[in-house]
Design a protein around this ligand. Structure first.
Ligand SMILES: [Mg+2]
Ligand SMILES: [Zn+2]
Length: 235
């Protein structure tokens, strides 16, 4: 198993770690492809985002405002969106088996997403995981243009100044150590609150550049192997 960056602290204390809260990003982590990108590419106008990017970087427009402007161009019914996601998003290898293993081993598993409830609920339900808890935003898809519905996520995050997954995590973690699994920008801030981080793609690049410890993964079998070893071989 590859280990990215510095070794993670919990590696040295396997006897003390038996149960994790395993928090998993949805788009590009559970799915192979980001469903927001798929939806905009098929039903909307991606140039809106590109046009607003300089304003977002300069702080004149929030990420949420830019996303709403982008999704206002998405003209599709919920059924059309779900049909696209079912056909094109894909599920990362080993995900369903991983959740079964994790729960049987006594871990809590939860999805933390910046995506949309209607899409996540459909995907998890079709995988037989309709009871897996998740936090996300939502979208009201319509042929007249889509309206995004933002969850509260408490106050804006003091660290990243956005509605942030850190809030969702702090609300549910209790005393449990956290293993976080993700791939993108929305996972950056919350990673700092996790005890163990599994990362791929853009998130892995960002963590590597910052010399932050993480374990790279490509499928959920990798994650399971690593967690099993961390728990000192208790399976
Ligand atoms: Mg993602
Ligand atoms: Zn944050």
């Amino acid at each position: 198993m590859l280990v990215g960056g510095r070794r993670q602290g919990l590696w040295y204390h396997p006897a003390s770690v038996r149960r994790f809260l395993i928090a998993i990003d949805f788009d590009g982590t559970i799915t192979q492809h980001d469903t927001l990108h798929l939806i905009v590419d098929r039903f909307g106008d991606r140039s809106v985002w590109d046009r607003l990017t300089p304003d977002v970087i300069a702080g004149r427009v929030s990420v949420e405002e830019a996303m709403q402007a982008e999704f206002a161009t998405v003209r599709a019914t919920p059924d059309q969106v779900l049909e696209l996601v079912r056909a094109r998003a894909g599920v990362r290898d080993g995900f369903v088996e991983f959740v079964g293993w994790a729960r049987a081993a006594g871990h809590q598993v939860r999805v933390l997403s910046n995506g949309f409830r209607v899409v996540i609920a459909d995907t998890l339900g079709r995988l037989g995981l309709g009871d897996l808890p998740f936090d996300s935003h939502d979208a009201e898809f319509s042929a007249a243009g889509t309206r995004l519905i933002w969850t509260g996520r408490g106050e804006r995050c003091a660290l990243c100044h956005r509605p942030c997954k850190r809030y969702d995590l702090s609300a549910v973690r209790g005393d449990l150590p956290v293993a976080y699994i993700g791939d993108g920008v929305s996972d950056r801030c919350v990673c700092g609150a996790a005890d163990v981080v599994f990362a791929r793609a853009e998130l892995a690049d960002w963590l590597r550049q910052g010399d932050r410890p993480f374990t790279p993964f490509e499928d959920f079998g990798d994650v399971r192997d690593r967690l099993e070893r961390m728990m000192g071989g208790h399976r």
